[in-house]
Design a protein. Structure first.
Lengths: 125, 543
């Protein structure tokens, strides 16, 4: 029983799928397939620019905090100043990107990767 | 360490405090014991058999961060430096995007127990595993120092222990209890402790926040005003610069720290290892998402708690308490809820330290047993039972080292120490992880250059920084051999590590293993289970 992960010494998470049915998966062929190439391109077109975006926005915030003190200390309403507001906006943008990515992955990534996986002969759990 | 005695009763009744918190330890140890009843295999011990759900793991992940560093360290920094402390919170939250977008799912799909699993997937096993394990152990050690320093300060406050010897003794006891958690509980027990404690901590901090807001008429503005009035620095605490604005060097230091924060958090081995406790990539994604939400709420509360402590307790009282800035949150708890709330907050904070240190010990010992003992020494032929035994032995050694280190750094601000661990993690792990997942050409030489180059340059810069010598708060106060001006080396060592990885890859002209690269990339994106177990490691037949 290869599926019994409790008795398999190195039955880590990945081995819960029956190893035998995976048989001889031709990873190179999958990597060359149109479907996979599109999946990879799609994912990269999302994660790289979005990573660059949040990183740049974070750096702007940090540099402002370090080098533009009087600007950051400008009071907006009550004791809340621009620095506080920008800090909150970092929280907001992090939440927004998280939601955005989850939606993106659910719509464009998960169905395709599920399909490739089922094509490869590995049953979904 | 300050020897000044607090006003009588400022920290309540030590007996009551101790009772609340012993009760907590007994309860959690019992949970750990129950949870770990079937810790039969290596997979159970390191990765809880991959059986946690995304949300459970997300709460546990956030538990790793709702640690001494955040709850005590950051609220303390805010209570002393105001806005500059808040800057830490922002880095802590934004950092999760690195994990979400680039790392978590890919890692879950390609590794099993350790960072070394992913790094060595398509590269030469033994040298890479040795490098990855070295990095993991160094990073975990630094992170652990921070937690031990926090534990010392906290218990000192709670039990009103002022002498250096007494606090050292406390650190020893803390260390022993935490090793017990790991030995008995493994990953499953550790995860459950994280979940329980994260929930309790969130309840605590939300209650304190709501109470504070209520006291000030639900106006953040009014808390800020009162805080600024009671601070010796006045209104300046509401803007950036009270801590980092002094000179060009300190500003650059702050930028360096910010980089280490945002890039380091999702490169920490004990965080990465958490992604193995869930069954698939989707659950890994859910983990990050849940952790992000919990942390957003938490750090917004920290802002209120920090300024609240500044307003109600006062910066000077905080700085004079045992544990200095680290004791802001417990002092505030005492101020608003008396000894019971103090006992509760301190118990939760203490449990936090225990759980985080247990996680770190686990990461370090897993890395040694799985990457160095099983793969490098035994060439992948280790008996899994022996491997777990080695992991447990390593946990004891790591615990002992952490105790020694913790005593040495007792009194340093927890958040500073954590920032060093983050710089190390971002320098040693991040470039190799990203390159191996996303850059086809990347090879073994590149990885070795990047891991050792990043780790080495970072350690070297720390050694010659003002944190170690040459300033009033250095570890070696009498000596001065520092030449690197910044206390956080991230701004130099992180880019350097990326460059090392790139140069090493190109200069060695060693071709990447195309077949393994294909396998890794396909698995990373789709989660297809492996063909055969990779490259001869762990050729154990199922019993």
């Amino acid at each position: 029983m290869t599926t019994d992960h409790l008795t398999s010494p190195f039955g880590g998470p990945t081995e819960e799928l029956p190893v035998m049915t995976a048989g001889e998966i031709d990873f190179a062929a999958i990597q060359r397939s149109d479907e996979f190439v599109r999946l990879r391109a799609r994912l990269r077109r999302f994660v790289f620019p979005v990573s660059a975006l949040f990183f740049a926005w974070y750096l702007v915030y940090v540099l402002l905090a370090a080098y533009a003190r009087s600007f950051m200390s400008t009071e907006l309403f009550g004791e809340i100043n621009i620095g506080m507001l920008l800090g909150f906006l970092q929280f907001v943008s992090t939440g927004a990107i998280t939601v955005w990515y989850v939606r993106f992955a659910r719509t464009y990534i998960d169905p395709v990767s599920d399909h490739i996986r089922s094509q490869a002969g590995v049953a979904d759990e | 360490m300050t020897t000044r005695v607090l006003a009588a009763g400022a920290t309540g009744n030590p007996t009551l405090n101790t009772a609340v918190f012993l009760a907590f330890i007994v309860i959690t140890l019992y949970v750990v014991y129950r949870a770990s009843h079937a810790n039969a295999t290596a997979a159970d011990y390191y990765a809880a058999g991959g059986n946690f759900t995304g949300v459970q793991n997300g709460i546990a992940l956030s538990g790793d961060f709702l640690s001494a560093a955040s709850f005590l360290g950051i609220s303390g920094l805010i209570s002393v430096y105001g806005y500059d402390g808040f800057l830490y919170s922002v880095g802590w939250v934004v950092a999760w995007l690195v994990g979400l977008l680039l790392i978590a799912e890919r890692l879950r799909n390609t590794g099993r127990f350790t960072v070394g699993d992913v790094m060595s997937y398509r590269l030469r096993q033994r040298p890479i595993r040795a490098a990855a394990a070295t990095a993991t152990m160094v990073i975990s050690f630094f992170y652990m120092l921070a937690q031990m320093a926090g534990a010392g300060g906290l218990v000192a406050l709670l039990l009103n222990v002022h002498s250096r010897t007494g606090q050292s003794l406390v650190i020893v006891v803390v260390g022993i209890v935490m090793v017990l958690y790991v030995l008995v509980g493994g990953m499953k027990g550790t995860t459950w402790v994280q979940i329980i404690k994260a929930a309790l901590l969130m309840v605590c901090i939300t209650m304190i926040t709501v109470f504070l807001l209520g006291k000030f008429g639900f106006s953040l503005s009014s808390i800020l005003r009162t805080a600024a009035q009671s601070s010796p620095k006045g209104a300046a605490v509401l803007g950036p610069g009270t801590e980092y604005g002094a000179s060009g060097t300190t500003r650059l230091d702050f930028v360096s720290l910010a980089l280490a924060l945002v890039l380091g958090i999702c490169s920490l081995p004990h965080v990465l290892m958490r992604f193995y406790t869930v069954p698939d990539a989707l659950q890994a994604r859910r983990s990050v998402v849940s952790a992000t939400w919990v942390l957003v709420v938490f750090y917004l509360c920290t802002l209120v708690v920090g300024f609240g402590a500044m307003a109600l307790v006062g910066t000077n009282t905080i700085l004079n308490a045992p544990g200095a800035a680290n004791s802001a949150a417990p002092l505030l708890a005492f101020r608003i809820g008396g000894p019971v709330l103090l006992g509760l907050v301190a118990a939760v904070a203490f449990a936090t330290i225990l759980a985080v240190v247990a996680g770190l010990t686990l990461a370090a010992s897993a890395s040694f047993a799985h990457d160095i003992y099983a793969s490098v020494i035994k060439h992948g032929d280790a008996d899994p039972k022996t491997e777990v035994r080695v992991a447990r032995l390593t946990a004891i050694v790591v615990g002992a080292l952490a105790i020694g280190g913790g005593i040495a750094v007792n009194g340093q601000n927890v958040a500073y120490l954590v920032a060093l661990a983050l710089a190390l993690a971002a320098s040693a792990n991040l470039p190799t992880m990203l390159y191996t997942i996303f850059w086809r050409r990347f090879n073994t030489t590149g990885a070795l250059w990047s891991i050792y180059g990043g780790l080495g340059s970072c350690l070297l810069l720390i050694l010659f920084s003002p944190l170690v010598s040459g300033s009033a708060t250095s570890v070696f106060r009498g000596m001065d051999f520092h030449w690197f001006p910044l206390s956080n080396p991230g701004i130099v060592s992180i880019p350097l590590s990326f460059v090392f990885g790139y140069l090493g890859t190109w200069l060695s002209r060693e071709p990447a293993d195309e077949a393994k690269q294909a396998e890794m990339e396909v698995r990373a994106l789709t989660g297809i289970a492996p063909n055969t177990r990779s490259s001869g490691e762990h050729q154990q037949t199922a019993s």
